[in-house]
Design a binder for this molecule. Structure first.
Ligand SMILES: NC(=O)c1ccc[n+]([C@@H]2O[C@H](COP(=O)([O-])OP(=O)(O)OC[C@H]3O[C@@H](n4cnc5c(N)ncnc54)[C@H](OP(=O)(O)O)[C@@H]3O)[C@@H](O)[C@H]2O)c1
Length: 369
């Protein structure tokens, strides 16, 4: 039995991970459940898994007796587990990934911000084979490479294009949060759904892929149906891909089971609508933030840290109705213009770059730091 620490158990990925564990009760067991402040859902999950350690990060939340609380909860939650599923959202997830790396615990990683901001600090964990991606694109690439004898040449990530992909360009800047959150193919948390509409999410995934598959060139292509979950090009002239309906339980299960054993959750995928499949180029006029974040990834060092921090500030402001959708790329560009690619070689460096870019982005938006 593999004991799973589910970090972010109340979120979109966390809830699906709990479902996967429930369906694989012969091989997986919930070791711990951690959320930020959704105490009601955590309490319901704890009733289903009475032996699990339960923790709430927010020190101000009102929690039932027996729940752990506060910033140190994650440390206690991973103690004694066999695998950490990191489904925290945002930069806050990096600390948990570094903890898993320090303790040499296998990490099933949904929190892509960990690699975007702290990839250099997780490179050893990747080299040791202790990090399994949960992102569907990276899971696909890992599956295509597993057991493949022919040399891979490059990888191509697929992007749905998000909720605004068919909106006239002239209306993009004024799109409302309601329009942006209505993702056509994936059901996800709010931040990643906004990032899908700007394609910041895809740029983050390109950066993530460069850490996970360091020897391979990475690019991305639009694929609105989200049926083909990425490609690997091989030296014998063939391309490998994984296809299926968009369902995050597939890569979560693969990451938790390590690709071995009979999966407990069998998805009865209906016939796929092959004739509908289309692919297209990423239009820089529709997705200006994509190129900005790709360039930050290429610069490296503090640049991707600043891009992530600025994007978190901008997305929060957009969802709260304080800025329009069209200002998100501006906020990221502003933060990067003043950051440069200062090297980062410790968590302290990353934290400083994150805090500076957040403060700069808030000041740019005229908000108090
Ligand atoms: N959803 C997807 O399909 C998908 C696909 C690929 C990758 N990912 C990645 O997976 C991660 C989680 O995404 P999601 O869609 O599941 O997000 P989500 O639905 O917003 O859930 C986020 C989880 O993190 C917790 N959380 C919120 N703020 C936090 C903080 N400051 N520190 C630590 N934990 C915090 C939340 O707790 P509360 O509920 O208590 O607030 C919740 O459990 C993201 O990095 C995302 O990019 C998601």
């Amino acid at each position: 039995m593999k004991r799973v620490a589910v970090l972010g158990s109340t979120g979109s990925i966390g809830r699906q991970a709990v479902e996967v564990i429930r369906a694989n009760s012969g091989s997986l067991v919930v070791h711990s459940l951690v959320c930020n402040r959704n105490v009601d859902l955590l309490a319901a999950q704890s009733r289903e898994f009475p032996g699990a350690v339960c923790g709430v990060l927010d020190p101000a939340a009102s929690v039932p007796a027996g729940f752990l609380q506060g910033a140190g909860v994650t440390e206690e939650a991973v103690e004694g587990c066999d695998i950490v599923l990191n489904a925290f959202t945002g930069f806050a997830g990096l600390r948990a990934s570094l903890l898993a790396a320090r303790l040499e615990i296998p990490l099933a990683l949904a929190n892509k911000e960990s690699l975007v901001t702290g990839g250099c600090l997780l490179a050893d964990h990747i080299r040791k084979g202790l990090l399994s991606p949960v992102d569907s694109e990276h899971s696909t690439i890992a599956r295509c490479l597993a057991g493949e004898a022919v040399r891979p040449l490059s990888v191509t990530l697929t992007a749905s294009g998000g909720a605004l992909r068919d909106l006239p360009l002239s209306s993009l800047a004024d799109a409302s949060p309601g329009m942006v959150l209505a993702h056509p193919t994936w059901s996800m948390g709010p931040r990643i759904t906004v990032d899908s509409a700007t394609l910041v999410n895809k740029a983050f995934e390109v950066i993530e892929a460069r850490w996970l598959f360091p020897d391979l060139p990475v690019d991305a292509v639009l694929h609105p149906q989200s049926i083909v979950h990425s490609f690997v090009r091989l030296a014998d002239g063939s391309w490998k891909a994984l296809t299926g309906s968009p369902d995050m339980r597939v890569p979560i299960q693969y990451a938790l089971l390590g690709g071995s054993g009979e999966p407990g959750l069998s998805m009865s995928d209906g016939p796929l609508d092959w004739p509908s499949l289309t692919f297209g180029r990423i239009d820089p006029a529709r997705y200006p933030a994509y190129s900005i974040v790709i360039a930050a990834g290429e610069l490296g060092g503090a640049a991707p840290v600043a891009a992530n921090a600025a994007d978190e500030v901008a997305v929060e402001a957009f969802l709260a109705g304080r800025i329009g959708f069209g200002r998100i790329p501006e906020v990221i560009e502003n933060a990067l213009g003043k950051t440069g690619a200062a090297p980062v070689s410790s968590y302290g460096d990353v934290l400083r770059a994150d805090e500076e870019a957040r403060a700069r982005s808030r000041a740019f938006l005229g908000e108090r730091c």
